[in-house]
Design a binder for this molecule. Structure first.
Ligand SMILES: [Fe+2]
Length: 351
């Protein structure tokens, strides 16, 4: 690291310090490669000197970047491994075969390993190239999200494993639902809706017969559409009667389903979905699970570029712990606190 005068700052140099601007917020972070626009802005601030990285530090930064790319490749590989195992289970079950506990375990193990070692898995998930059928992908995503929530809730290793299996199999009952109803790109009729809702019970019945699948796993599958106020299905269970796995899977299921693109609907912004979870966290969804989820996933988005409902493009610079879905966004040189300015909404996470 070396100090240089502001006048000597040149394009391509790499900052070795954070540059703190207006409102005591970080304007540029350590590691930023300087461009002309930055030089102009830094020169307009009251700085005389800045710290920049020397060659050794730059080399280290490049190595870290390459390491991160390797992590992405590994996650991609593990994800696809799980996807393939799950696809096998799902396709065999829809042909009338029994669920094999060993293959289910094979399908969740790579994901648990990734969730336990990578704290930034959600951000990495978004950048992965996966081209596959929604049903399989949704199950794998719900498995990852549920395991992450379980980790934040400090679940034991054994509980995490059972939760992951339950989440992976949460919609397995859909393998018995006629394809024309399952993939209908329009609103379902009353009768079709009733058949579709049967997937929770169907899944439970399929798993309950298996000796190596625990009762807890079965409860997560049966109850993942139950809601705390009794408005869910299949039994309309209330409050404490709903299994803890099912409460976690419910949050993960809503988040992934709404943030995914389908033939009949565009994907919603993760912040819009997080707001919906926040609105439902008292009475409908489990408040403790929802809060853990909202706080932890919001943190992943610091530094991301977002598009607001006004069309403005900005960067998320700070997450408000009380209102994690309403962060502070920097647009050019202005800061917009979404918590105070209700008219703004995040429509899209660009990067
Ligand atoms: Fe479901």
């Amino acid at each position: 690291m070396k100090t240089i005068s502001i006048q000597d700052l040149k394009e391509g140099m790499i900052l070795a310090q954070d540059i703190i601007g207006k409102y005591d917020l970080v304007f540029l972070t350590r590691g930023t490669r300087i461009i002309d626009e930055h030089i102009e802005r830094i020169q307009n601030m009251d700085f005389m000197y800045v710290y920049i990285m020397d060659q050794d530090e730059i080399k280290e930064k490049v190595e870290t970047h390459q390491l991160n790319r390797k992590v992405d490749e590994k996650l991609n590989e593990q994800y696809n491994k799980s996807l393939r195992s799950f696809k096998r289970i799902y396709d065999e079950v829809s042909l009338g075969k029994k669920i094999e506990a060993e293959i289910v375990q094979q399908s969740v193990s790579p994901l648990i390993e990734e969730v336990m070692t990578d704290n930034n898995i959600l951000a990495r998930l978004r950048s992965m190239k996966i081209v596959d059928d929604y049903t399989y992908k949704h199950s794998v995503n719900v498995c990852i999200l549920s395991t992450m929530i379980g980790k934040w809730m400090k679940y034991s290793e054994n509980d995490l494993n059972e939760l992951a299996i339950s989440a992976m199999l949460h919609d397995i009952g859909k393998s018995k639902i006629p394809k024309d109803i399952l993939n209908k790109p329009a609103r379902l009729s009353k009768d079709e809706c009733r058949i579709m809702k049967g997937h929770a019970t169907l899944g439970y019945e399929m798993l309950q017969k298996q000796r190596k699948i625990s009762f807890d796993i079965c409860c997560g599958v049966l109850q993942h559409h139950e809601r705390l106020d009794g408005s869910g299905y299949p039994l309309g269970l209330k409050g404490g009667k709903i299994h803890r796995f099912a409460r976690i899977i419910a949050v993960a299921d809503i988040f992934d389903a709404m943030t995914s693109e389908r033939v009949y609907k565009p994907k919603e912004s993760p912040f819009k979905v997080a707001e919906l979870i926040a609105q439902n966290r008292f009475g409908v969804l489990d408040p403790m699970i929802s809060n853990q989820f909202l706080w932890n996933i919001s943190k992943f988005y610091v530094g991301n570029i977002v598009k607001l409902n006004t069309g403005d493009i900005g960067e998320i610079v700070l997450i408000n712990k009380q209102m994690p879905t309403r962060p502070l966004v920097k647009i050019n040189n202005e800061f917009i606190d979404l918590n105070e300015q209700a008219e703004y909404t995040i429509m899209e996470v660009i990067i």
